[in-house]
Design a protein around this ligand. Structure first.
Ligand code: DGJ
Length: 734
C-alpha cells in the first residue's frame, strides 16, 4: 500500500514534470512574430508567421484556425509529406519520431537565440531547432544542429535548414534564375499545386544558375509598396535546394530550404554536431520594397564586411587589357584612373606563372608567382607606381583552382577533385580543375596564396577572389571511400575554415567575391567578403535587369558596377557614355575599360561623374534605403529607382530608358522614400544636355514628388547622345 501511494505520487510528479511546459514560443522581430507550440513530449507545431501579435492573440491562435503543422517535419511515422529531416539509424531503422524535449534561450552579442531541442522518442538522436533575432532587424535566422549518441554513424539523407508552411490563396513566388552574364533574372508566377524546386548544383559557384532566395507574395501579384510578403534567403555557398510542395489535401504550401542532398548524404558520427546553414526569413505587409530594405539593413549590419566604410571608386584591368598585363600598361592605367578621380586600381588575371605563364586561360592557375617578363619590377614595382599616382592597389587571384599546366599540379595531382577510375573532366580553358578543399593540406595552400601576398605586400588593399568552374567528376582523393558523399559539404566547410584563417589574420583587406561574374552572390559567402562582382556582363542595358534582380536581397554597397567600353564586350551593344555612367553610379561605381582608348571628352565626363558620385551621392547609394519605382521587367519602356538617406534629407533618383520607340508613351514615375512634409531642391547630375531641365534648381515638396514625380524628357539635347536617354537627379532637403 505504502509502495503503491509512493508510485502514485511519483507518477503524478512525472505527469506534472512532463507537462512542465506547454509552451508557446515567440520569435519576434520589431514588426513580425513567428509563433511555435513546443509542448514537451509532443511534436513541435508551427502556429503563425506574420505581423507581430499580442500574447492574447497568440494564445487564441489555435481557436482561430492556425496551421498547427509539424515545424520541422521528420520522415517516418507519417512518410507522406516532404521531410525536413530523414535519416537511417545505426540499426537500419529509417524513421524518426522527434518530439520536444526542452526550450532554452541565450544572448549572442545583440541577438536573442531561442533553441528548441527535439529528441527522438526512442533513439538517442537530437535536433536543436534554432532561431536568432535582433531588435535592430526584421530578419529571423533559423537553422538546426543535429547530433546523436547511437553506436555507429547515422546516415543523414535530408537535413533542411528550415521549414515554413505558406497558407494557400493567391500566393505568388518570385525567384531569380540566371546564367553566366544574365544573372538574377526576376521571375514571378502564381504558386499552383505540385512541386516547385529551385536549386543549384554547381558545387563551387552556387549562384550560377538559380539564386537561393525567394519571395512569397501572399496577396496576389507581387507589388513594391503593398501586400504581405515573406522573403527567404538560404545563406549557403554550396549546393542548395529550395522546395515548395503544395500538398493537395491541406491548406498549406510547404516550403523547405537547405543544402541539396543529391549524392550528399552525410554519415554523422556519434557526438559529431552537424549544423545546417542559416535560412534567413522576413515578413512584412508593406510589399517587396520594404522586404528588400529589411534584408539590405541586415545584410549591411551583419553579413557583409566593412559596410561602415564607403567603397573606393576603382578601375579593374580585365576588359581593358585582358591577359595582356604589362608594367607600362599597369602604370598608365593607374595614372589614368587617378587622373579621373578614382581611388583604387585592380590588376586582374594574367600577372602570374613562371614555368606556365598565364598568357591565356589554359595554364598557370596554382602558381602565384609574378611573371617578371610582364612585370619586371614585380609587385613592389606596381605598389611604387600606385603610391606615385596616389591610388590604392588591388590584385586578382583564383586560389581554389589549378590548371594542368602548373607546377602545383605537377607536384600534387592528388590535390584536385577527381573520382577514381575516371578520366578528369576539365573546366575553363579545357585544362582547369578544382582543388579539393576538403583536404586540410589544400586549405593550407589556399590560405598561403593570400598569406604570402599580404605578408610580403601589406599595402595590397583589395583582392578580387575569383572562381571559374564547377565541381566536375564528383570524387575526393582525400575523403575515405565511405565518405565520398561528403565532398560537396566538406568543400564548403574547408572554404569557410580557410576564409576564417584569412580574416583572422587580415581583417581589413577588402575582398571581392567573384565567380565567373555573379555566381557567388550569396549571404553564405559574403560574411568573409566586402562586395561581389555582379556580373561579367557590363552592358549597361542588361545590367539594369541584373542589378534589379540582385537588389531584391542585396544592397548597393556590395554591388560592383563598372563603366565599360563600347561596343560592349558581351552584347556588342553601343550606348552613350552618360547612360553607361548613370547605370554604374547606381551601385558601387567602378570602371572596366582601357582609359587610353577614351577621348579627352569621355575622360572629362567620367572625371565629373566620379567627382559627383564621391562628393554627392556615394553615402546615399551605399548606405541609403532603396526604393524601386518602375521595374524594367514591366516593359514600360523605362526603369527607375532611387535611394534616400536614412534621415530622408538627401535622395538620388535614377531613370533609364530601356526601350526606344518613336512616340512611345513612357510612364511618369512617382518617387518614394521622401519626407512628404519637407521640400527638396532638384538638380541633375551628369548633365550632358545643352539646356538644363525645366525643373533644374526648383524645389518641390516630398509629397508632390511622391504623388506625381517629375516629367523625364526621353531624349538628350547633346552632341554625343543616342537613343538611350537616362537621368540622375539629386534631391536635397532645404
Ligand atoms: C572571370 C571574372 O568574372 C572576370 O571578371 C575576370 O576576372 C576573369 N574571370 C579573369 O579570368
Amino acid at each position: 500500500m505504502k509502495m503503491k501511494s509512493k508510485l502514485t505520487i511519483l507518477l503524478a510528479f512525472l505527469l506534472i514534470a512532463g507537462n512542465a511546459f506547454a509552451e508557446l514560443v515567440r520569435v519576434d522581430t520589431p514588426s513580425s512574430s513567428l509563433i511555435i507550440q513546443a509542448d514537451k513530449g509532443k511534436k513541435l507545431r508551427h502556429l503563425y508567421y506574420g505581423t507581430r501579435i499580442s500574447d492574447a492573440d497568440a494564445a487564441n491562435l489555435k481557436a482561430a484556425g492556425a496551421a498547427s503543422l509539424n515545424a520541422y517535419p521528420d520522415y517516418g511515422v507519417d512518410p507522406s509529406g516532404e521531410p525536413a529531416i530523414a535519416v537511417v539509424h545505426a540499426d537500419g531503422n529509417m524513421t524518426l519520431d522527434l518530439v520536444v524535449d526542452a526550450v532554452s534561450s541565450r544572448k549572442e552579442d545583440n541577438a536573442d537565440v531561442k533553441v528548441i531541442t527535439l529528441r527522438d522518442s526512442h533513439y538517442p538522436f537530437t535536433v536543436d531547432v534554432c532561431y536568432r533575432t535582433s531588435p535592430a532587424h526584421e530578419i529571423i535566422e533559423t537553422w538546426t544542429e543535429i547530433s546523436h549518441s547511437e553506436k555507429k554513424p547515422v546516415r543523414l539523407n535530408r537535413f533542411a535548414s528550415g521549414y515554413l508552411p505558406i497558407r494557400c490563396g493567391n500566393v505568388w513566388i518570385s525567384s531569380f534564375y540566371g546564367s553566366w552574364a544574365n544573372e538574377a533574372q526576376v521571375e514571378a508566377e502564381p504558386l499552383t499545386h505540385g512541386m516547385k524546386v529551385i536549386k543549384d548544383r554547381d558545387g563551387v559557384r552556387n549562384a550560377a544558375s538559380a539564386r537561393s532566395e525567394v519571395v512569397f507574395s501572399l496577396d496576389g501579384r507581387p507589388a513594391e509598396n503593398s501586400g504581405r510578403v515573406i522573403g527567404a534567403a538560404l545563406c549557403y555557398s554550396g549546393n542548395y535546394r529550395l522546395v515548395v510542395d503544395a500538398s493537395p489535401d491541406k491548406n498549406y504550401h510547404h516550403f523547405l530550404a537547405g543544402i541539396d542532398e543529391t549524392q550528399s548524404s552525410y554519415n554523422l558520427r556519434p557526438k559529431e554536431l552537424f549544423t545546417t546553414p542559416v535560412l534567413a526569413i522576413s515578413y512584412t505587409d508593406k510589399g517587396l520594397g520594404e522586404l528588400s530594405r529589411s534584408f539590405h539593413r541586415w545584410g549591411r549590419d551583419t553579413r557583409i564586411l566593412h559596410t561602415d566604410r564607403l567603397r573606393d571608386v576603382l578601375l579593374n584591368s580585365w576588359e581593358g587589357v585582358y591577359f595582356n598585363i604589362k608594367e607600362p600598361e599597369m602604370d598608365q592605367m593607374m595614372a589614368d584612373i587617378a587622373s579621373m578621380g578614382g581611388e583604387l586600381f585592380v590588376m586582374d588575371d594574367g600577372w602570374f606563372g613562371v614555368k606556365y605563364p598565364r598568357d591565356h586561360d589554359r595554364q598557370g592557375l596554382g602558381d602565384w608567382t609574378v611573371d617578371t617578363r610582364k612585370l619586371p619590377g614585380g609587385i613592389p614595382g606596381l605598389l611604387d607606381a600606385a603610391r606615385r599616382h596616389g591610388v590604392k592597389f588591388g590584385i586578382w587571384i583564383e586560389p581554389e583552382m589549378v590548371n594542368v599546366g602548373s607546377e602545383l599540379y605537377e607536384k600534387h595531382p592528388e590535390y584536385v577533385i577527381k573520382a577514381p577510375n575516371r578520366d578528369l573532366t576539365y573546366g575553363r580553358g579545357k585544362t582547369q580543375m578544382v582543388l579539393d578543399l576538403s583536404n586540410p593540406k589544400v586549405q593550407d595552400i589556399v590560405f598561403t596564396v593570400v598569406d604570402t601576398l599580404l605578408t610580403k605586400y601589406p599595402e595590397i588593399a583589395y583582392i578580387k577572389w575569383d572562381a571559374n568552374m564547377p565541381v566536375r567528376n564528383h570524387g575526393s582523393q582525400y575523403l575515405s571511400a565511405d565518405n565520398q558523399s561528403h565532398l560537396f559539404i566538406d568543400y564548403h566547410r574547408g572554404l569557410a575554415k580557410t576564409l576564417d584563417r584569412i580574416r583572422d589574420k587580415y581583417p581589413d583587406v577588402i575582398i571581392q567575391a567573384c565567380a565567373s561574374g555573379g555566381a557567388r552572390v550569396n549571404y553564405g559567402i559574403l560574411p568573409w567578403f566586402d562586395e561581389f562582382w555582379t556580373s561579367d556582363n557590363t552592358d549597361a542595358l542588361q545590367r539594369i535587369y541584373i542589378q534589379w534582380g540582385t537588389s531584391y536581397f542585396y544592397p548597393a554597397i556590395a554591388m560592383a558596377s563598372h563603366i565599360s567600353a563600347v561596343p560592349n564586350h558581351q552584347t556588342g551593344r553601343t550606348m552613350n557614355l552618360k547612360f553607361r555612367t548613370d547605370v554604374a553610379m547606381s551601385g558601387r561605381l567602378g570602371m572596366e575599360i582601357q582609359p587610353r582608348n577614351m577621348t579627352e571628352d569621355e575622360r572629362q565626363q567620367c572625371r565629373r561623374a566620379i567627382e559627383e558620385y564621391k562628393s554627392k551621392i556615394r553615402p546615399i547609394v551605399q548606405h541609403g534605403d532603396l526604393y524601386r519605382l518602375l521595374s524594367p521587367y514591366d516593359r514600360m519602356g523605362a526603369a527607375s529607382l532611387m535611394y534616400a538617406s536614412p534621415e530622408k534629407d538627401q535622395a538620388v533618383f535614377f531613370w533609364w530608358k530601356t526601350e526606344s520607340f518613336c512616340h512611345k508613351q513612357y510612364p511618369r514615375v512617382k518617387m518614394a522614400g521622401l519626407d512628404p512634409d519637407r521640400t527638396y531642391k532638384v538638380s541633375e547630375m551628369n548633365r550632358i544636355d545643352a539646356v538644363p531641365l525645366a525643373f533644374e534648381g526648383k524645389s518641390f515638396s516630398g509629397r508632390y514628388l511622391m504623388d506625381n514625380g517629375l516629367e523625364m524628357p526621353v531624349s538628350h539635347n547633346a552632341p554625343n547622345a543616342d537613343e538611350w536617354a537616362s537621368r540622375v537627379l539629386l534631391l536635397s532637403a532645404e
